[in-house]
Design a protein around this ligand. Structure first.
Ligand SMILES: *Cc1c(COP(=O)(O)O)cnc(C)c1O
Length: 347
C-alpha cells in the first residue's frame, strides 16, 4: 500500500466570504429581482462544488450550467428544479436525463419544445434570442402555438453588449418584454452580471450573474462592490543566487543586473499561468512584491526573492491575479483568466 498521495505544491486560494458578499451585492443591485448564478464550466474554473454550497446558503436558488454532464456534480448540493441546462435538450438522451433528474432544460428552439412535449414535458426554461444570434427562439417564432403548451418557469434572453454603452441594450430589452407579453411564463430573466448595472428595466424577476460573482468587474461602476475570490498560490521548489549577467529561464529573456536571489515556484502555463505573464507577472508574500523573472515554463515560474531573504523552499507565494488588472496586463478577458486555470489546482 502506498502512503497518501502528497498534496500538489499549488492550490487555488478561495475566499468564500468574498463570494458570498459578491452574490449579496449583486442580489441587492438586482432590486426586486432575485439573483441566480451562472456556474457553468465548473463555476468559471473556481470549482462548482465549493461555490454552490456558499451561494445556496446565501439564498441563491437558481443555478445555470451549460452541459448536461455538469449536472451530476451539483445534484447533492442544490434541488434539481433549481438547476437549468443552457444548451438545452438536443436529443432523446438529454430529454430522458432531464425528466429522470428533475433538472430544467432550457428550450432553445421549436423543435426542442416539441421534443420535450412529446416526452411528456414538465417544468422548463425558455431562451429567446433578442439579438445575440447564438441560441434561442427567433423573435418571429414567439407566437408559435407549441410554446403555449410548455410549462415555462424562467423566460430568458441574453444581452450582447451589457458591458458597454450600446443601443442594442435597449433594443434587446424591448424585444425581451415583447416575448414576455406573448409567452406564458412564471419568471422573466435578462441580465447577466453587467446587465444588472443597467437598471431596473433589465431586472425582471431573476438575474443571472456569473463573472462578477467570481471577482470579475464587467462595468466600472461595479468596481467598489466586487471582491477578489480566487488567487493562484504555489510553493517555492528551489532557491538559488545568481550573479550579475546570469539569465533566467527559457530563451534567456531576463538578465540579472546585479546578484539576485531567485525562487522557482510550482506554477506554470500548464496550470493556466500563461506565457503572457513572462517578465510582467508578480507574486507576493508577507506584503512583499516578488516580480516574475524570465519566461513562464510549463510547470514552473521564476520569481525575485532578493527582497525576501526569509522565504525559502517549501514556503508559499500568491500570484497577483485581480481580474480587471490581470486582463489589462495580458490582453485576455477576465472570463478567460478564470476558466484557463488548470486541473492541478485542488478545488
Ligand atoms: C454565462 C451566462 C451568464 C453569466 O454571464 P456573466 O457575464 O458571466 O455574468 C448569464 N446568462 C447566460 C445565458 C450565460 O450563458
Amino acid at each position: 500500500m502506498l502512503p497518501d498521495i502528497p498534496a500538489p505544491a499549488l492550490r487555488l486560494g478561495f475566499d468564500p466570504d468574498a463570494l458570498r458578499a459578491n452574490w449579496q451585492a449583486l442580489d441587492r443591485l438586482s432590486g426586486r429581482a432575485r439573483a441566480g448564478a451562472a456556474v457553468k464550466a465548473d463555476a468559471y474554473g473556481v470549482g462548482a462544488r465549493q461555490v454552490v454550497p456558499v451561494l445556496h446558503a446565501a439564498g441563491c436558488h437558481d443555478f445555470f450550467v451549460a452541459h448536461w454532464c455538469e449536472v451530476p456534480d451539483l445534484l447533492d448540493l442544490a434541488a434539481p428544479g433549481s438547476i437549468s441546462v443552457l444548451h438545452g435538450p438536443l436529443n432523446d438522451a438529454d430529454v430522458a436525463f432531464a425528466r429522470a433528474s428533475g433538472v430544467k432544460p432550457v428550450i432553445n428552439s421549436l423543435e426542442q419544445a416539441r421534443r420535450w412535449l412529446a416526452a411528456g414535458g414538465g417544468r422548463c426554461d425558455l431562451m429567446v434570442d433578442t439579438g445575440m444570434n447564438r441560441l434561442g427562439l427567433a423573435m418571429d417564432q414567439i407566437g408559435d402555438a407549441v410554446l403555449a403548451a410548455l410549462d415555462v418557469d424562467v423566460l430568458i434572453s441574453h444581452l450582447v453588449s451589457a458591458d458597454e454603452e450600446s443601443d442594442l441594450n435597449a433594443v434587446q430589452c424591448g424585444r425581451w418584454r415583447q416575448a414576455c407579453a406573448v409567452i406564458p411564463h412564471a419568471r422573466a430573466s435578462l441580465a447577466n452580471s453587467a446587465g444588472i448595472a443597467l437598471g431596473s428595466d433589465y431586472h425582471g424577476d431573476l438575474t443571472r450573474p456569473g463573472i462578477a460573482l467570481y471577482g470579475g468587474i464587467p462595468r466600472p461602476e461595479m468596481a467598489d462592490m466586487i471582491r477578489q475570490v480566487v488567487r493562484p498560490q504555489a510553493a517555492i521548489l528551489q532557491v538559488r543566487t545568481v550573479a550579475a549577467g546570469d539569465t533566467i529561464g527559457y530563451n534567456a529573456t531576463f538578465t540579472a543586473p546585479a546578484p539576485m536571489r531567485v525562487g522557482t515556484v510550482a506554477l506554470g502555463y500548464a496550470d493556466g499561468y500563461l506565457h503572457f505573464w513572462s517578465n510582467i507577472g508578480g507574486f507576493h508574500a508577507d506584503g512583499l512584491d516578488l516580480p516574475v523573472l524570465g519566461r513562464i515554463s510549463m510547470d514552473m515560474t521564476g520569481i525575485d526573492l532578493t527582497n525576501a531573504p526569509h522565504l525559502d523552499e517549501g514556503d508559499w507565494v500568491t500570484a497577483e491575479y485581480a481580474l480587471p488588472e490581470a486582463a489589462l496586463a495580458t490582453g485576455l478577458s477576465q472570463y478567460e483568466l478564470l476558466t484557463v486555470l488548470g486541473r492541478r489546482f485542488g478545488r
